[in-house]
Design a protein around this ligand. Structure first.
Ligand code: C5P
Length: 224
């Protein structure tokens, strides 16, 4: 039988990655982080010395973009052309350059085709796929579609806490500026601040992590 597809969208720092991973873990589902694919492509573009504003050059690199991402929510490993880029794609220079790559229509079509085939090839009971346009463009017919939001200040604080966990250290203020800039750029391409028709909004501003995970699971259980 077909896996249960759970589509989750939201802005930067909404917690959607960690929440989606936890939900997948609890339900025994696969987990697909589409932002990681855009980051992996930005990493390839940055490393090839091409100008990321040069749309033709970015499109030209797509045939050499051999990307893999594991669906296991416990071990998310991303590779590009055989190289492990799991940590490299979280660096600030990637966050700062990914939007330019993501706004190229051919890039989006290319990656969306990839995402749909990964979802179709999933043999686990279900898959949680998260990003910016999953509920509206990638799998608009998914049985479960959720928009995960939180107030901007809360998102900035959470993201800087998350980054302080990794090798990257930034202040909450700088993180707030980066999140605003990235959301502003990304919003020109897809609307992930307003729920499309039939999409359930979960506002996690006053929820802690476990409560947010529970809220998502409740929506999934009610819909399936
Ligand atoms: O989710 P994350 O913040 O890692 O996404 C990184 C970037 O990838 C976003 O800022 C956006 O430019 C792009 N993205 C996108 N569509 C998606 C997922 C991510 O354009 N579905």
């Amino acid at each position: 039988s077909e896996p249960t597809v759970v589509a989750i969208d939201g802005p930067a720092g909404s917690g959607k990655s960690s929440v989606s991973r936890a939900v997948a873990r609890v339900l025994g589902f696969g987990y697909l982080d589409t932002g990681a694919a855009y980051r992996a492509l930005a990493w390839l573009v940055n490393g090839s010395g091409i100008d990321r504003e040069d749309v033709d050059a970015v499109e030209g690199i797509l045939p050499t973009f051999d990307y893999t991402i594991g669906l296991d929510p416990d071990v998310v490993v991303v590779t590009v052309n055989g190289e492990d880029v799991t940590d490299a794609i979280r660096q600030p220079e990637i966050s700062a350059s990914v939007s330019a790559v993501a706004r190229v229509p051919h890039v989006r079509e290319h990656l969306n085709t990839l995402f749909r085939s990964i979802v179709a090839d999933t043999y686990v009971p279900g898959v949680v796929i998260e990003g910016r346009d999953i509920t509206t463009v990638v799998v608009p017919d998914a049985p479960v579609r959720i928009l995960l939001t939180a107030d901007e200040a809360v998102r900035a604080a959470r993201r800087s806490l998350e980054l302080s966990d990794t090798a990257v250290r930034v202040t909450a203020e700088a993180t707030g500026d980066q999140i605003r800039a990235r959301d502003a750029a990304d919003s020109q391409v897809v609307d992930f601040m307003n729920a499309a028709e039939g999409v359930v909004t979960i506002d996690s501003t006053s929820l802690n992590f476990d409560e947010t995970v529970e809220a998502v699971i409740n929506v999934i259980r009610a819909a399936t």
